[in-house]
Design a protein around this ligand. Structure first.
Ligand SMILES: [Zn+2]
Length: 420
């Protein structure tokens, strides 16, 4: 006779089913896309809100579409521990990136309730409305609103249809009231910390044969546009020695940047887009624009790498008679995960899988913004082939179960520590 699966195995199976179900809530018929305050996001919030209620949470949605489920503590004056991630997706997304960090805590809290565990802190499960920057180009709108970091200037961002963020929010609330960026929900002293569970989006856990890992830091990210300018000319009549080819200069930079980053431990540098302005098959490129993305776990190293890469671009440009211009578009500082929460999380991970591996997150997460409010910790879950932002994104039921066991154990440890 097969042994009856225990409660957590059943809970993990429920989590997997819910991830499937939520993965079918989409703005597009044949692929998964949910963007800020879209009809699918409203349906997603209704679905997830229902699961929150089943787990005993009081549910509300704020004006920016953040879904918030809260359970009070029996203890008076208790602080609040936050768990969450985002419910929006990229276009043609997978079903784990974001939703895992919202649905897993709901199931974990339901399990603690079933066991009759009374937590000495209140908990909030947060489903942020925007992290992927698909509809509006500013990422983290949801967690920024929650932490009181949305700025009046952000409200002028426009989507592809030309609607401002302000207009979209005001249409959603439908009260006719003018929207102003909200104040933060909690003062820092009232919050114990924030835990985000997320798929790794990289290949390290798979290569180490580990279901989960603990994030030590979220890397510094610098991004911008590099414009090489030379001189457009006729492709037939301009001799090679008289050319100032902006694309050839940019191409040399792409390879030089790759070689540079390969020599620096932990540095990653990527040219992800390149375009020739008014390019044509019979015209020597006069202007080329490329994107440069630089990441490193340490701010100083990240900034130093940017400086050296720009010097490299200038040297290449000078030698070729080109000019080069840098326009920064993003500069996110590195975020160190909180040692206290992280070591507690590592204890839970060791208890479940024997070994805890510390990982640097090369991708940004809501935890970046949440770190401005409270100490943060992140648990990464192995995903097949390191693949994310793709319909084939996949975390196995067994790995989901390990992650769930870790979070339940972590909350119990945190409860013990908070009581003493
Ligand atoms: Zn994500």
């Amino acid at each position: 006779m097969r042994a009856k699966p225990d409660a957590l195995t059943q809970a993990a199976a429920l989590l997997a089913r819910r991830l499937d179900q939520l993965g079918r809530v989409s703005d597009e018929p044949d692929r998964l896309t949910r963007t800020f305050l879209s009809p699918a996001m409203e349906r997603a919030n209704a679905l997830v809100g229902g699961w929150m209620k089943e787990a005993g949470l009081a549910v509300r949605e704020d004006e920016t579409g953040n879904l918030i489920g809260r359970a009070e503590s029996a203890r008076s004056g208790a602080r609040t521990f936050l768990l969450g991630s985002h419910l929006d997706t990229v276009r043609n997304a997978g079903r784990f990136d974001g939703p895992l960090g919202v649905l897993l805590p709901i199931v974990a809290l339901a399990e603690l309730r079933r066991r009759g565990v009374a937590l000495p802190f209140a908990v909030e499960v947060l489903g942020f409305s925007e992290e992927e920057a698909v509809r509006f180009s500013g990422a983290y709108l949801g967690s920024k609103a929650y932490t009181g970091r949305l700025r009046v200037g952000d409200l002028d961002l426009r989507d592809a249809r030309g609607n401002t963020l302000r207009a979209v929010i005001e249409a959603h609330t439908g009260t006719g009231k003018k929207f102003a960026p909200p104040a933060r929900v909690h003062a820092p002293r009232d919050v114990l910390g924030y835990l985000e569970v997320h798929i790794e989006q990289g290949p390290v856990l798979e290569s180490e044969k580990l279901p989960v890992g603990v994030v030590s830091a979220i890397a510094c990210q610098i991004r911008g546009r590099l414009t090489f300018r030379g001189k457009a000319g006729h492709a037939g009549t301009t001799p090679m020695r008289l050319r100032r080819d902006a694309l050839a200069g940019a191409a040399e930079f792409v390879l030089a940047a790759e070689a540079f980053a390969r020599r620096q431990p932990q540095l990653v540098a990527t040219v992800g887009t390149i375009s020739v302005v008014a390019g044509a098959a019979n015209v020597i490129p006069g202007e080329t624009v490329l994107s440069l993305d630089v990441r490193h776990p340490l701010d100083a190293k990240c900034h130093e790498a940017r400086t050296r890469l720009l010097a490299l671009a200038r040297r290449i440009a000078r030698r070729r008679g080109l000019t080069v211009r840098w326009q920064p578009t993003m500069d996110h500082r590195a975020v160190a995960c909180a040692p206290r929460l992280t070591s507690l999380l590592a204890q839970s991970v060791r208890a479940m899988q024997g070994r805890s591996l510390a990982l640097v997150s090369g991708a940004g997460h809501d935890a970046v913004v949440m770190s401005t409010l409270t100490p943060v910790a992140m648990l990464f879950v192995r995903c097949r082939g390191g693949l994310s932002h793709h319909p084939d994104e996949y975390a196995s039921p067994a790995d989901l179960e390990t992650a769930l066991r870790v979070v339940v154990d972590f909350l119990e440890r945190l409860a013990k520590r908070t009581e003493t």
